[in-house]
Design a protein around this ligand. Structure first.
Ligand SMILES: *[C@@H]1O[C@H](CO)[C@@H](O)[C@H](O)[C@H]1NC(C)=O
Ligand SMILES: *[C@@H]1O[C@H](CO)[C@@H](O)[C@H](O)[C@H]1NC(C)=O
Ligand SMILES: *[C@@H]1O[C@H](CO)[C@@H](O)[C@H](O)[C@H]1NC(C)=O
Ligand SMILES: *[C@@H]1O[C@H](CO)[C@@H](O)[C@H](O)[C@H]1NC(C)=O
Length: 342
């Protein structure tokens, strides 16, 4: 999620060396462009390769089959009492949770009381057209912005949700709807210049990983079975070291063919204004950042996910583009594929 009125002084940190580490720029293909003023916010990928896409400006979940030559974006479901959807995450195989709200887009906040958690279950859907099962879980009336969300890595009853305003992670019991703040930290908080603190949230192994857009950092913290912190928040990378104008948004964990759910080998961070940044977390190059920079195809990237369902898909990074303003209209928002090769 990004502020609609992007201010370039958001992160005026000094520029470190661009750490592209001798990588060449990978090819990027357009997958689907949405109609204008459909701000594309987040992405999850089903085991069958289909992308599941959220928009902050319509309360509709879209499906895209990225393996088709001319992909379309059929509607999966339109949620009531909401103007848009923020985070989405797979909880158990083919069952996803997501956040709806009535959004004030200029302020990237939701109307207090409007944020709601739902699940959508594809496990019972049979081709060609049977609908997934949608279930309302709870509202989260004390939050003004739930952004990235993640299933607890070992306790799938618990959903974790990043609150970009409070600088906190909420936990939601998906069975009962009970919820409270699991933890907060100054490293999750927004700043006076940037009002989105913690933004993306993913969990694997014993950790939750997060980006903080305002503070320009990727971090992680070990959590216990109830989602509480078990130790200090660690800073893993800084946006300013990828480039002076790089603003981290949401991200994908990269297991690089190792088992999903174990510790990731790296992360791919969708970054404004024109970047996808891979931070290596393991091996000799750990901490290094590979900056993919494409001002024509990466247009205020909001989130990223690696494909699933085949070796080729697993080497394809799907990046959602928030789009760019032409006059008062937001255009060219959609999904692109970065072909990572072998
Ligand atoms: C995809 O779209 C292009 C341009 O509209 C068209 O020429 C082509 O035939 C389409 N391909 C398929 C497989 O539908
Ligand atoms: C939507 O809001 C209306 C009015 O507040 C309420 O009666 C209804 O139950 C809500 N629907 C859902 C699915 O939350
Ligand atoms: C919501 O805020 C109120 C007032 O601060 C507090 O009493 C209540 O416990 C909070 N609820 C949750 C779920 O955090
Ligand atoms: C990304 O590319 C643009 C356009 O060529 C350039 O202005 C910008 O400096 C590049 N960013 C980095 C971090 O190299």
């Amino acid at each position: 999620m990004r502020p609609f009125l992007y201010i370039s002084t958001f992160l005026a940190a000094a520029c470190g060396a661009q750490a592209s580490g001798g990588h060449t720029q990978p090819p990027i293909r357009n997958i689907f462009t949405f109609p204008k003023n459909t701000f594309i916010e987040n992405i999850a990928v089903r085991a069958n390769s289909n992308l599941v896409i959220t928009s902050l400006s319509v309360p509709t979940l879209f499906s895209i089959n990225p393996t088709l030559p001319n992909a379309t974006a059929p509607v999966i479901y339109t949620f009531p009492n909401a103007t848009g959807i923020s985070g989405i995450a797979e909880i158990t195989p083919d069952l996803f949770a997501l956040v709806t709200g009535v959004w004030d887009l200029a302020n990237t906040r939701a109307i207090l009381g409007s944020l709601a958690i739902w699940t959508i279950d594809f496990t019972t859907t049979k081709p060609p057209n049977s609908a997934p099962k949608v279930k309302f879980i709870t509202t989260v009336p004390n939050s003004t912005v739930l952004n990235g969300i993640a299933a607890h890595p070992s306790n799938p009853r618990l959903l974790l949700a990043a609150d970009s305003a409070l600088g906190a992670v909420w936990r939601v019991d998906l069975a009962t709807g009970a919820h409270d703040v699991a933890f907060s930290s100054p490293l999750l908080a927004p700043t006076s210049e940037g009002h989105l603190g913690i933004n993306g949230l993913k969990a694997a192994g014993e950790h939750v990983y997060f980006t903080n857009s305002a503070q320009g950092l990727l971090g992680r913290v070990k959590i216990d079975r109830e989602g509480g912190p078990k130790g200090e928040v660690e800073v893993l990378a800084k946006a300013a070291e990828a480039g002076a104008d790089v603003v981290y948004d949401d991200f994908a964990l990269d297991f690089s063919f190792s088992k999903r759910g174990k510790d990731p080998k790296g992360v791919w961070i969708a970054s404004h204004p024109s970047y996808a940044v891979r931070v290596a977390l393991a091996g000799a190059g750990a901490g290094g950042q590979w900056v993919v920079n494409d001002t024509g195809k990466l247009l205020n990237p909001t989130s990223a996910a690696l494909g699933r369902g085949s070796g080729r898909q697993e080497r394809t990074l799907y990046v959602t583009n928030g789009g760019e303003f032409v006059g008062a209209d937001l255009v060219n928002e959609g999904v692109v594929a970065v072909d990572l090769g072998q």
